[in-house]
Design a protein around this ligand. Structure first.
Ligand SMILES: [Fe+2]
Ligand SMILES: [Fe+2]
Length: 358
């Protein structure tokens, strides 16, 4: 048995111990063989490590099988390499700025933070999208800082797809950058603790929206920025926290950040298994329930995500390869795929799934 961080779990690993959620519920029991969906759930539930049975040979094979050429193509591109260099520099500065604000109560230079993030986006040319790049970045850094930067970039994309004004797009980006500042004050031993948290520890983790809100209020920042920190874990159907707000009570910028936040958690690349197929991501939003999010925002986002994969080569779960030729508007995770002379409409074949982008 060995302890493995969630970011390094791969499908096929078998749990050696039960996994318990932060509030004490059993998520997965010992003996379960992990799949993609389960590993992502662990991420979403904030589980940082799990105990797995040891079988190193099997893990290696799984990794090689999953090293899809789509990822390789992205990682080998010039655009990706360039982005990574600038990203690392920006991330270092971002970390220093946030830490100085939190520990020394220094005034945050929001304009500078924002223009640094926007420069990252501006540097990406047309050949790759920011999402392609981010999907392949996460193995490098799993910290709150990297997560925040990613959420900022994804929020920027969502705002642009929603055709928001320049000012609103800048606001959405800033909201993403600062949404999790409260997490910096959660003690590391709680964040990294394996297994069940005590009630007191759990209460500390769940306070990060309020702590973040207070920090940002003290900085006298725009109310949308403070609200995004406070409300990004609220859900449209009233099932979120800390205040169980619903619908219109939730700041529109917090609704954008909520979608970007979950997307980043879902697609976080795991060192051994590569990034998650975007069509799986959509299935996950579906299984969680579209009603938890602002449906207009979410559908605009997901439609744009899948549209970038039209004409891409893909692998189906029965081993066939084909080209994605048409997106089903009412069933985004199940497009029409052309395999040779045959058209396979995945919406009509529940027994099949789109396994990966090639
Ligand atoms: Fe959060
Ligand atoms: Fe977050």
């Amino acid at each position: 048995m060995k302890r493995v961080s969630t970011s390094q779990l791969i499908p096929g690993m078998v749990l050696a111990r039960d996994v318990i959620s932060l509030d004490g519920q059993l998520i997965l029991s010992a003996g379960t063989m992990l799949n993609d969906k389960m590993i992502t759930k662990l991420d979403i539930y904030g589980i940082f490590t799990a105990f797995i049975q040891e079988d190193p040979t099997e893990q290696k094979v799984t990794f090689q099988q999953r090293d899809a050429s789509y990822s390789r193509r992205v990682r080998n591109s010039e655009a990706f390499k360039k982005f990574k260099v600038v990203y690392d520099i920006q991330l270092g500065q971002f970390r220093d700025e946030l830490n100085a604000m939190v520990s020394k109560n220094l005034k945050l230079d929001v304009e500078k933070l924002l223009s640094n993030s926007l420069r990252l986006i501006a540097g990406v040319d047309g050949t790759l999208s920011i999402l392609d790049i981010l999907n392949n970045m996460r193995e490098y850094d799993d910290s709150t800082y990297a997560h925040s930067m990613n959420v900022a970039l994804i929020s920027n994309i969502i705002a642009r797809w929603l055709k928001m004004s320049e000012d609103e797009t800048r606001m959405a980006t800033t909201c993403g950058l600062l949404h999790d500042v409260g997490k910096i004050l959660v003690p590391h031993d709680i964040i990294a603790k394996p297994g069940k948290l005590t009630d007191a520890e759990f209460a500390v983790v769940q306070k990060h929206p309020v702590t973040g809100y207070q920090l940002l209020r003290r900085q006298e920042l725009n109310e949308h920025i403070c609200n995004a920190a406070l409300m990004h874990h609220e859900r449209m159907d009233g099932t979120g926290y800390p205040m169980r707000l619903s619908g219109g009570q939730i700041d529109p910028f917090a609704r954008i950040v909520a979608i970007a936040d979950v997307y980043d958690a879902m697609t976080a690349a795991r060192v051994y298994r590569g990034p998650m197929c975007p069509f799986r991501v959509i299935e996950l939003y579906e299984s969680e329930g579209y009603e938890k999010y602002d449906v207009e925002y979410l559908l605009t986002f997901l439609e744009n995500v899948v549209n970038t994969f039209v004409r891409n080569r893909c692998l189906l779960s029965d081993g066939r390869e084909g080209d994605i030729v048409l997106i089903n508007k009412g069933n985004l995770s199940r497009p029409v795929v052309q395999c040779g002379i045959q058209y396979v409409n995945l919406a009509e074949h529940p027994e099949l799934r789109l396994e990966s982008i090639l």
